[in-house]
Write a protein of this length. Structure first.
Length: 250
């Protein structure tokens, strides 16, 4: 994807930015002129260099979303180094497939910590400044698995339903302060990570259930994110936007 940077200097934090959806989200926000703060378990330096080579601005900061103390330190470092956050994209997720009988309490807790606790803590930290400025956008990533969970996804689907509840609750609490909170619910999306961890038959099965009969890719989701992060979405909050080719609920 080529980058042509515009002149908007709002600051956007994107978690899980090293690849897949997070990388696509970061590049789309960069084209809209956002200054990016990128974090992931894997290094984001190559992505930051691409953005800066195109005239944008990007900072990379480490954060272990499975560790609440690390999340709190990350938020403090962002505010110390960058000064503000206008758009928060809670994209990162932990998605192990495991049958019910094999899910330990520790695994359940890890899934919930990464997928639900971290978005809560980041929204809590960054919404303070959004309230002061009376403008903010929080976009969470839900999942089509909440509408039709396949076997082995009970913990993950539960965590993503928690994200939907968090989205609704934050929207109610922050709406009077000029902050919108929405969620994007993608279908099964092919990128390097998902292609390496899932059999081709999984993509075939999902594609066969969609109204748009092709496999979803990250760029199919970036327009929805750009819209929800914009001024055009100022009267939309507490919503879950299904971006899945019409496949949810099947």
């Amino acid at each position: 994807m080529s980058i042509s940077i515009s002149s908007n200097r709002r600051v956007a934090v994107v978690t899980g930015a090293a690849g897949g959806l997070g990388e696509a989200f970061a590049l789309r926000l960069a084209t809209g002129g956002h200054e990016l703060v990128l974090t992931d378990r894997a290094p984001c330096h190559e992505l930051a260099s691409r953005i800066e080579s195109a005239g944008g601005r990007a900072t990379t900061l480490a954060c272990d979303l499975a560790n609440p103390s690390s999340v709190e330190r990350f938020a403090a470092h962002v505010l110390e180094q960058v000064g503000r956050v206008d758009v928060l994209v809670n994209n990162a997720a932990f998605m192990p497939m495991a049958p019910l009988a094999s899910i330990t309490a520790a695994l359940w807790r890890q899934i919930m910590t990464v997928n639900a606790d971290a978005p809560f803590l980041l929204a809590q930290a960054f919404s303070v400044g959004m309230i002061e400025r009376r403008w903010g956008r929080i976009v969470n990533l839900a999942s089509s698995t909440v509408w039709g969970p396949p076997p082995g996804m009970s913990a993950y689907a539960s965590s993503k339903m928690a994200v939907i509840g968090l989205t609704r609750a934050l929207a109610a609490e922050l709406g009077a302060h000029g902050i919108t909170v929405n969620a994007i619910s993608p279908g099964l999306t092919r990128h390097a990570g998902s292609a390496a961890n899932l059999p081709g038959e999984a993509f075939d099965a999902v594609r066969a259930r969609q109204f748009i009969p092709r496999t979803e890719v990250p760029d199919d989701l970036t327009g929805a994110l750009a819209f929800l992060a914009s001024d055009d979405a100022r009267f939309i909050t507490g919503q879950v936007l299904n971006v899945d080719g019409g496949g949810f609920g099947f």
